[in-house]
Design a protein around this ligand. Structure first.
Ligand code: ARG
Length: 255
């Protein structure tokens, strides 16, 4: 009501959101700015832990959550999602020369090609806490029967090591604390470009294609409708494509 659109994000996820000095930059930041303009509101961004975005939105602390956030059935229990504006794929980063050369070294797959468990090896997986990469790995480890996730979600056997940011997970990969990092493809490319000696595992990651959308409190369908209308217009007039292409050049190998 105060004319401000409060957005929660986790600004350690280039090219979707990151800090440039004191300023926020990235695809989500620019799309949100355009949406706020259409709504006649001023955008205000809060940089919080990824895992506290949904709670903050559903309790009304923030109006929207926008953080390269994947639409999942579980999250839909707590918040509504807008129409999707981008796609992500979970990929795996390893050190050059790693003995991990394919997804089969990490996961056990079922006949449908979905990962059903972490392989029973001592490979340590690094993830950003509460992201889908975390959920896949932690679910997989539970299915494997290790029963080693404490109530607070922390792992007691270190098979899945959870970090506050993707950058911290990548630092742990470089220093050998974890053997691979599972994270969305575009942030993965940014981290690989910014760090020597690591690469994205080639292979078929189609099992982990995800839709990104904006989350809004379930009670606030009026705002959701306005956001969807704004998104539709921004898609139709090429604004969203323009923003995405600026950060992810088509010839840069975007998936
Ligand atoms: N797409 C993944 C998810 O929704 C990761 C998003 C992480 N975003 C961030 N801004 N740190 O779980």
């Amino acid at each position: 009501d105060d004319g401000i659109l409060y957005m929660a994000t986790n600004a350690a996820f280039p090219p979707y959101e990151y800090k440039e000095g004191d300023n926020f930059a990235g695809i989500d930041v620019e799309i949100a700015t355009e949406i706020a303009k259409k709504l006649g509101m001023e955008l205000q961004i809060a940089d919080v832990e990824f895992g506290s975005i949904i709670g903050g939105v559903s309790t009304g602390k923030y109006d929207i959550g926008m953080a390269g956030m994947t639409v999942t059935e579980e999250r839909k229990q707590s918040v509504n999602f807008s129409n999707t504006y981008a796609t992500g794929i979970q990929v795996i980063i390893v050190k050059d020369g790693s003995s991990i050369t394919s997804l089969d070294d990490i996961f056990v797959f079922n006949d449908e090609g979905d990962p059903t468990a972490l392989k029973n090896t001592d490979i340590k997986v690094g993830v950003q806490q509460d992201t889908t990469g975390d959920i896949y790995s932690s679910d997989a480890i539970k299915k494997w029967g290790f029963n080693d996730l404490a109530d607070d979600g922390s792992t007691t056997t270190d098979r899945v090591v959870r970090f506050k940011t993707g950058a911290e997970a990548v630092a742990a990969l470089k220093s050998g604390k974890v053997d691979c990092v599972i994270i969305d493809n575009e942030p993965a490319k940014s981290f690989v470009a910014a760090n020597e000696g690591i690469h994205i595992l080639a292979g078929d990651n189609e099992y982990a294609v995800e839709d990104y959308a904006i989350c809004v409190d379930k009670g606030n369908t009026e705002l959701l409708d306005k956001i969807n209308k704004a998104l539709d217009e921004l898609k139709a007039d090429g604004t969203i494509d323009g923003i995405i292409n600026k950060y992810i050049p088509k010839d840069g190998g975007a998936q």
